[in-house]
Ligand binder design. Structure first.
Ligand code: ATP
Ligand code: MG
Length: 361
């Protein structure tokens, strides 16, 4: 049903203040072209600037405001800008904090070779579904609080957490998404070494496969997956895995598809979703207006598609799909940023996508 969405806008650090406004402009244009009502945007502080001004990278006021939002666009955070004291106190990075607080349990990271971008591999089109709340990410393990500690000054321990509930929901999500794609799920694991943890993963995958008889399930070891992704990425459709493995594989897959700046990502929970590009804050090019906004724009498109499905809202769904097509048309016409061989700036690229959306309306 048609709906006016309230969406947060969190710029973050580094290239965030350049790519987030670009994505917001494109989302506005896509909704207008789809005949959907405009977004009620809420600008909220997050990142190093918020830490300096409000004493927290994700201030309590930001969290409170996000509770009332349907979703939000979030820029990256810059690991360099946070004082050592902040890190030593065990605070989570802003993205991790938001994933934790809002239980954004599935991180969806599509990696696709786009037209006009000489990806290292043609014909690649896969979707990484990364478990987003536990696994080897010790800083956000719900079950144990902080999962990293030093019992003596010379011994550091890290706890990996794999709860059946968290594994089950993300595996089910992967199978559901595969039904709408090429019906192939690859689970990436390390059960040859970690029998219990990944044994649980494999059990849940086998159970989901029984519920989806039309979907082929393949199991691949994490190390073998790194090699196979480089050799034949076109052989994969939906790839589901734990947090740290998913993070690593999505950088690899993103780069294979063209460049880090091309990869969008959505952190989705039951009630909220956060659109955040898969790459980091790229401090080396921040402030120069040259960052590739495709990853962030594609993330915004995923958010609109997610809202459309969640609220049975055809307008938002159409807007999400239209952005994807418009990005491809603009790239195919030869307009691209420097990281993928073009000469367009961030705003110039976004302008071209906005024009393309308008011309199709
Ligand atoms: P962080 O600590 O925030 O992850 P980083 O230095 O690791 O920062 P990333 O953002 O992870 O930087 O990206 C690695 C490199 O890839 C950057 O230094 C940058 O050159 C390039 N890069 C990443 N994203 C983009 C983008 N959107 N546009 C252009 N180049 C990018
Ligand atoms: Mg990085």
């Amino acid at each position: 049903m048609t709906r006016t969405y309230r969406l947060g806008c969190l710029l973050g650090d580094g290239i965030g203040p350049e790519i987030v406004p670009a994505a917001r402009r494109v989302a506005d244009a896509a909704l207008a072209a789809a005949g959907a009502p405009p977004v009620d945007w809420v600008d909220l502080p997050m990142g190093a600037a918020a830490l300096a001004e409000h004493g927290a990278a994700v201030p309590a006021s930001t969290k409170a405001a996000l509770t009332d939002c349907d979703g939000w666009l979030a820029g990256p955070h810059d690991n360099e800008s946070y004082p050592p004291s902040w890190r030593a106190s065990g605070e989570r990075a802003p993205g991790g904090e938001l994933r934790h607080v809002f239980d954004l349990w599935a991180n969806l990271r599509p990696c696709r070779t786009r037209p006009g971008v000489t990806g290292r591999v043609p014909g690649m089109d896969l979707l990484i579904v990364r478990e987003n709340t536990e696994g080897f990410y010790a800083d956000r393990n719900m079950a144990v609080g902080s999962g990293e500690f030093m019992p003596t000054p010379d011994l550091a321990l890290v706890v990996g957490v794999f709860s059946r509930e968290a594994v089950r929901r993300v595996v089910r999500q992967a199978f559901a998404l595969a039904e709408g794609r090429r019906r192939h799920v690859t689970v990436v694991h390390k059960a040859n070494v970690l029998h219990l943890s990944f044994g649980l993963w494999l059990e849940e995958c086998a159970a989901a496969a029984r519920e989806h008889p039309g979907v082929r399930l393949e199991t691949v070891l994490f190390d073998a997956m790194a090699a196979r992704l480089v050799r034949s990425p076109e052989a994969f459709d939906v790839v589901v895995t734990e947090n740290l493995f998913g993070d690593t594989l999505s950088d690899l897959a993103g780069e294979l598809a063209g460049a880090l700046g091309m990869s969008g990502s959505l952190n989705a929970g039951d009630r909220h979703a956060m659109a955040q590009a898969a790459h980091g804050s790229a401090p080396d090019i921040a402030g120069r207006g040259v960052a590739n906004p495709v990853g962030m724009i594609a993330s915004a498109a995923m958010l609109l598609t997610w809202l459309g499905a969640r609220h049975d809202d055809a307008g938002a769904g159409r807007a999400g799909a239209a952005i994807e097509r418009a990005i491809d048309s603009v790239l195919a016409s030869g307009v691209a940023t420097a990281d993928v061989g073009g000469s367009a700036g961030t705003a110039e690229f976004a302008d071209a996508v906005v024009r393309e959306l308008g011309s199709r309306a």
